[in-house]
Design a protein around this ligand. Structure first.
Ligand code: UDP
Length: 482
């Protein structure tokens, strides 16, 4: 590994949710491996998760990686004590409260900046105020947006041209203007506020976050050039964004321990899980997981169970803890389901060691909600996907996977429903799973996914595109300092 800079010091400040913290911790590890002193700023509850994830990196990288904690005043914000992460929010109505409360981090963050005087801040897009904080101490602020460049470009084109306003019905598709690839969407696949024009503190918050992206020094992206070259070029030349593509970040985790220590403690012993997979043939198991936040109603979980059983495929299914308080059994669990599926299906209740599972040769497909981390982890592992987007920018990621990269099939969701349940019936699940596992196009998709996996791995190797982009960024930051 190159060690470009022994003295550069960067603050990494991820948003308080696993989908943002996990890649940014990987990013800090990556910078540390190139000789940069990396400090992750977070709150106490998240610090204990992160300290496990960086354990190994600390010894490997000359103690170059550190954590600094700042308090998140939950009760002042109207949140339960300890509610410091998106997955701890007690009910959907508290989401806006949580997002807006993160502004309270500005003051303690600025105190830390003054105390440590780093050379640069890489702060999450959801901390738009961090640009002012960085300029207060005279250093550049780089944004980490958490998504890929295809969706960033799509969102910017949508913001500029608002094509959804020119269609007269929910079923009339529109093309995203100026975005390469003739990408068609339905207006129901967008957040409702972008159609109604409604504004509230949360829509203002996201608007501000979007705008701050254009005002910062540049953007670091968890992606690699070969995956989205058309959109990387468009972003740089067409939209004038300064972007460094330095991913897939998950690939910085090399061994079983590192791969299974991302995010929360896994709810299954990783060796048990690998042993189960070892008994299966290559490409014969479907992995189903919907990220760190999305939760389904019992009725939707039952549809998934029926669909999986009908597909006849082996599976690992990650189910968030859905047992309501006071319930003695899981209402969603079909009578006798686990018994019938013994040997065929493994249910992980809670948190799965996702990157470890995806990297096993037995995994043949991934049913995903198209969160960007999951999508890219699927790409890096060379696994075709069934796409089941729910909210955020996930509908754009679905387009990238199914129409641009052509390594997935949609389950057929037409409606954006942030943190809500989207009803997909078991027949559609069965059909999509069969199509991805044993359909006519399976082999072709698998081949394409394999090529992308090879390109992903090459990109992060010495001399690869992401390796070089990271080196270029470090040199630029050093030259700014001198
Ligand atoms: N993840 C995991 N185990 C789980 C659920 C999620 O390791 O059981 C990880 C996953 O590998 C990814 C992140 O959590 O790195 C989820 O991020 P993503 O962007 O896919 O979705 P989000 O959680 O933000 O909706």
């Amino acid at each position: 590994m190159g060690r470009e800079s022994y003295s550069l010091h960067i603050f990494f400040f991820p948003f308080l949710s696993h989908g943002h913290m996990i890649p940014m911790v990987d990013m800090a590890k990556l910078f540390a491996s190139r000789g940069v002193k990396s400090t992750i700023v977070t709150t106490p509850v998240n610090a204990s998760l992160i300290s496990k994830a960086i354990g190994k990196s600390k010894t490997h990288n000359n103690n170059n990686i550190h954590i600094e904690t700042i308090e998140f005043p939950c009760s002042k914000a109207g949140l339960p004590e300890g509610c410091e992460n998106g997955d701890l929010i007690p009910s959907p109505d508290k989401f806006p409260v949580f997002f807006l409360a993160t502004r309270l981090l500005q003051e303690p963050f600025e105190k830390l900046l003054l105390q440590h005087k780093p050379d640069c801040v890489v702060a999450d897009v959801f901390f738009p105020w961090a640009t002012d904080s960085a300029s207060m101490v005279g250093i550049p602020r780089i944004v980490f947006n958490g998504t890929g460049l295809f969706s960033m470009c799509a969102i910017e084109c949508m913001r500029l041209y608002e094509p959804q306003k020119n269609v007269s019905s929910d079923s009339e598709p529109f093309v995203i203007p100026n975005l390469p690839g003739e990408i068609k969407m339905l207006r129901t696949q967008l957040p409702p506020a972008s159609i109604t024009g409604e504004t509230n503190p949360l829509t203002e918050f996201f608007k501000e976050a979007n705008e701050s992206e254009g005002e910062c020094y540049g953007v670091v992206v968890n992606s690699f050039y070969e995956l989205e070259s058309v959109y990387a070029d468009y972003s740089r030349n067409g939209l004038g964004r300064k972007a460094w593509l330095i991913g897939p970040l998950s690939l910085c985790n090399k061994d079983t321990e590192e791969k299974s220590q991302r995010g929360k403690d896994a709810s299954i012993d990783e060796n048990e899980c690998l042993k189960w997979l070892d008994t299966k043939k290559p490409n014969s198991v479907v992995y189903i997981c919907f990220g760190s936040i999305a939760n389904f109603e019992d009725s939707q979980l039952r549809e998934i169970a029926l669909g999986l059983e009908a597909s006849g495929q082996d599976f690992i299914w990650v189910v968030k803890n859905n047992k309501k308080e006071g319930e003695s059994k899981e209402e969603w669990l079909l009578e006798g389901f686990e018994k019938r599926m013994e040997g065929t299906g493994l249910i992980i209740r809670g948190w799965a060691p996702q990157v470890l599972i995806l990297g096993h040769q037995a995994i043949g497909a991934f049913v995903t909600h198209c969160g960007w981390n999951s999508t890219l982890e699927g790409v890096a592992a060379g696994v075709p996907m069934v796409t089941w987007p729910m909210g955020a920018e996930q509908f754009y990621n679905e387009k990238l996977v199914t129409e641009v990269l052509k390594i997935g099939v949609p389950v057929g969701v037409k409606k954006w429903a942030r943190m809500d349940k989207v009803s997909v019936e078991w027949e559609a699940i069965e059909k999509a799973v069969k199509k991805i596992m044993v359909g006519e196009e399976t082999e072709e998709m698998r081949m394409k996914a394999n090529v992308l996996s090879q390109l992903a791995n090459a990109a992060v190797e010495n001399g690869g595109s992401s390796y070089s982009d990271l080196g270029a960024l470090i040199h630029e930051l050093l030259s700014l300092r001198h």
